[in-house]
Design a protein around this ligand. Structure first.
Ligand SMILES: NC(=O)c1ccc[n+]([C@@H]2O[C@H](COP(=O)([O-])OP(=O)(O)OC[C@H]3O[C@@H](n4cnc5c(N)ncnc54)[C@H](OP(=O)(O)O)[C@@H]3O)[C@@H](O)[C@H]2O)c1
Length: 245
């Protein structure tokens, strides 16, 4: 088992996942980073080492492929034997009204935003439990969305998958928190990343939540003792629409 604190971060090649990985790296964590493209991950791994990470493992996996997701969890457990933070961040968006969005698109959203998190949680429970037993606690940090809490027109399928992710993590807390494992979902409104690029002509990037804001919340969760369970954090943009993305 590694002596450093260890995290597995999905969707770590850019955006929110890259920012969370970087924040943990600055504290000297060991990391497994994952997304689909090997090259972007290798580049990110070098940057993480530069800012202070210990060992960094690059394990590409497509979250639509159940076997690959299981393989990612197994490879992480094999490499480190420890998981202080499982950061479930890889996700995809899809815009469309209930009247229009094809079911095949809903299926893909579900695979990435719900099924893959379920597989990761299930596969890593033994490692999360042994980490909590040896070191006091282990955390699951899942990046959901404000649309999983407050419905948003045109984001029906996306919001439904994020609501499912929040529910999954809440149940996980009921089942596992007495063992020192707990899950926190972070549910932001629009964050300035590639994913929100389609609407930056309506909401300027510099008026969106920053990736640093989300990384700060994720980092704070890693500081909590096993006796403090934080189920969900909503990050909303300033203004009068507190419940809108
Ligand atoms: N940006 C927002 O406004 C916002 C708001 C609320 C919540 N969120 C949530 O925040 C999380 C991160 O999003 P982001 O804004 O940082 O988006 P992003 O910049 O587009 O990054 C998405 C990350 O997920 C990876 N990814 C996408 N599809 C994948 C797949 N099928 N398999 C494996 N990895 C995949 C991407 O890497 P590759 O493409 O290289 O695979 C990338 O590393 C998502 O869960 C998203 O739903 C975003």
């Amino acid at each position: 088992m590694s002596d450093n604190r260890v995290a597995l971060v999905t969707g770590a090649s850019r955006g929110i996942g890259a920012a969370i990985a970087s924040r943990l790296a600055a504290d000297g964590w060991d990391l497994t980073i994952s997304s689909r493209g090997q090259e972007a991950l290798e580049q990110r791994a070098d940057e993480l080492r530069d800012v202070g990470a210990g060992r960094v493992e690059v394990i590409p996996a497509d979250m639509t492929d159940a076997d690959a997701v299981e393989g990612l969890a197994a490879a992480h457990a094999e490499a480190f034997g420890r998981c202080d933070a499982l950061v479930i961040n890889a996700g995809m968006g899809q815009k469309g009204a209930v009247a229009d969005l094809p079911v095949r698109r809903f299926d893909r959203l579900y695979q990435v935003n719900v099924r893959a998190p379920y597989i990761l949680l299930q596969s890593l429970i033994p490692t999360l439990r042994s980490t909590a037993q040896a070191h006091g606690s282990s955390k699951v940090i899942a990046v959901a969305s404000i649309t999983g809490v407050y419905p948003e027109p045109e984001l029906s399928a996306y919001g439904a998958t994020k609501a499912a992710l929040i529910s999954l993590c809440e149940t996980f807390n009921l089942e596992e928190s007495l063992n020192g494992l707990s899950a926190t979902t972070i549910a932001p409104g629009y964050v300035d990343t590639d994913m929100s690029g389609w609407l930056k002509d309506q909401i300027p990037a510099d008026e969106m939540i920053t990736v640093g804001d989300v990384a700060t919340m994720a980092h704070a969760v890693t500081q909590l003792s096993r006796f403090a369970v934080l189920p969900n954090v909503i990050l909303t943009r300033p203004g009068t629409n507190l419940h809108r993305a």
